[in-house]
Design a protein around this ligand. Structure first.
Ligand SMILES: [Ca+2]
Ligand SMILES: [Ca+2]
Ligand SMILES: [Ca+2]
Length: 294
């Protein structure tokens, strides 16, 4: 595929998400369950394209052309066999309720990914009555990779508006035995001491449509904690999981000092609606960085 075609496919599959939703307080209802110290819930929902999915989207989902696209990033990786479009309900600003016609975990389907669900359907219109909230209304389970399997049913998140840019919504240290050798994207080089997966609310690209390069690697900052309790901001030695059109990057670090947060400066990356990213920072899952407490 040409770069342009790949980017169109990315636009189909991954629609930028945003920061506001990620930083909202958890809105889990009383039935919410926790696993591995984290409440099961959607972390973000991004109104990525409004009535604008191209004809190619029919390859993913019959009837998707001309529909809305909304990626949802979840707190835990998902058991794909329990995922159905009807598990989600979208509530518009006026209170109208919509159900997606399709849901898919593509293309963020490498080992360890599987937490970004793309919803396709008619979810409201940006100008008149935009989508406001997404609820998990059916049984949707985590896959039990971190903690026991938990049900997302009964949890919800606010929708980030169409014109917002993409933000980081999740980061985790990738266990050595789950490294990216089976990934469709690029891998970290030999000799790397720690790998952090950074997950954006939706797919990100350079404004010219290319994937990230060395200049963008140098813009990432990872805060690591030294043995004496002090912290340093470091730059990844390499970027990986590139070239696979999903919303994940692997940050390849040349230190084993525990990573506690990841940040990226605003104004360098765009979502498929061509909105630029804001300054964005996210805690590494399981770490305690007071600047990024959700
Ligand atoms: Ca990937
Ligand atoms: Ca719409
Ligand atoms: Ca990727």
């Amino acid at each position: 595929m040409t770069n342009t075609k790949q980017w169109i496919l990315t636009a189909i599959v991954l629609l930028g998400l945003a920061p506001a939703a990620a930083q909202d307080a958890p809105r889990a209802e009383s039935g919410a369950q926790a696993a591995n110290g984290e409440t099961a819930r959607p972390l973000s929902a991004f109104f990525g394209l409004d009535n604008a999915l191209p004809a190619m989207a029919n390859l993913l989902c019959q009837g998707a052309s001309g529909q809305d696209g909304m990626p949802i990033v979840l707190s835990h990786t998902v058991d794909a066999e329990t995922l159905q479009a009807e598990d989600f309900r979208i509530v518009t600003r006026s209170g109208s309720e919509r159900t997606p016609i399709c849901s898919t975990l593509r293309p963020a389907g490498d080992p360890g990914e599987l937490r970004t669900v793309l919803l396709i359907g008619e979810f409201g219109d940006a100008a008149g009555d935009p989508p406001a909230r997404v609820l998990v209304s059916g049984d949707l389970f985590s896959d039990g990779v971190t903690g026991d399997p938990v049900n997302f049913r009964g949890t919800e998140t606010n929708v980030t508006p169409l014109d917002a840019g993409p933000s980081l919504v999740f980061a985790e240290v990738v266990a050595e035995d789950r490294s990216s050798t089976e990934s469709r994207g690029s891998s970290c080089p030999e000799g790397i001491q720690q790998v952090v997966r950074a997950t954006w609310a939706g797919g990100v690209r350079l404004p010219d449509g290319d994937d990230l390069g060395d200049a963008e690697r140098a813009l990432y900052r990872v805060t690591v904690e030294r043995p004496d309790g002090s912290t340093d901001e470091i730059v990844p030695a390499a970027l990986a999981d590139l070239g696979d059109n999903d919303n994940n990057h692997l940050l390849c670090l040349d230190t084993s000092a525990p990573a506690v947060s990841v940040s990226f400066p605003g104004g360098h990356l765009v979502d498929p609606n061509r909105d630029l990213n804001p300054d964005t920072r996210v805690a590494v899952s399981g770490s305690e960085d007071p600047r990024t407490q959700r």
